[in-house]
Design a protein around this ligand. Sequence first.
Ligand SMILES: [Fe+2]
Ligand SMILES: [Fe+2]
Length: 385
Amino acid sequence: MPDEKKPVIIYGGSFDPPHRGHARLAAAALRQLSPAALYLVPGFRTPFKDASPAPYRARAAMLRAALTAEGLAGRKELKISPFEAARRRVVYTWETVAHFRALHPGAPLYFLMGSDCLDGFARWKRPGFILEHARLLVGLRPGHAPARGSAPYAPLAGAFPEADSTAVRAALFLGRRPPQLHPAVCGLIAEEGLYLGRERALLEKNITPGRYAHSLHTAGLVLELAGAAGVPQRQAALAALLHDCARDLPASEIRRLCAPAARRDPLLRETLERAPLLAHAWAGARLAAEKYGARDPEVAEAIRLHATGAPGMGPLARLVYLGDLANQGRAFREAALVRKLAFIDLDAAFKAANYVKLTHAFAGGGWVHPLSVQLWNSLQEKKNG
Ligand SMILES: [Fe+2]
Ligand SMILES: [Fe+2]
């Protein structure tokens, strides 16, 4: 094969979603090395990221759109490889290098990355194997100068500003169009309802505009705090967006949705009797599964407990409870205070949210939900124990 001595470049990543930075790095590598092939290899799951990314097929389509927008359409050297995604497990870079080494035995092999990844390289699995079979090809990201003593690498000419993928995804989950993405990629995301676009569209049709705005505000705060809470972004966004999905339903529909759970749960029967408004949380958990396909038990828990809280709530449920009370759309003074506290101490903010909810409930007079009081007591026990 005449091309076989030309270099071959591997470019791995989650590409969730592919942004301008990715496309520019690929374009620069093509210019500098004139390779026989540049393989973009979207991972099934990146070892260092917890959330499940958008489906491979969608990421591959977005990559094609980004490369086309960058003027790289029709470049036969560019190939999107399903090698990692097809394995349906975390695939380590050394395995990917081994695969392409076997595919191109005689070719100089390069592994393309931004300089921000270089610092962590020594902690990758089998870095020695990777360096034995491939050279690192590194694009400089401003603010990420390679440290002394980093792994040896070939520099790529130019500078490549990095887009913060976490921030890009957060914007997408809220239905925004991040400038770091090519318009064609944003178009594809909207068309396919990716990054919860499908769920948001359905929600918008089924709750009032004010409630929809409140759901977006809740999701906004929850996404800002998800990293600190150790909760995956998509899961956090989904639970926050859907937490009030049943809030605007007529009472009869809420009763119908609650009926199966109420048969097993005397407390829910009492809730329906004494404070039927609060039952929208239980109804919402069921509606989220039935109508929106949200069957994750942690998402269901977060929706079910958002109005009352309960002792022993998981991290996602705590986060949505807090986000519901303290988001930017809330006009009362305590919301801003709890929000401020959340960025300093999440646990303290969670407790403060419970305090604010209880004091509002007491001030209103009447029945206070036992779960809210039990939550309060459990937090005191934690403090004293
Ligand atoms: Fe609610
Ligand atoms: Fe709410």
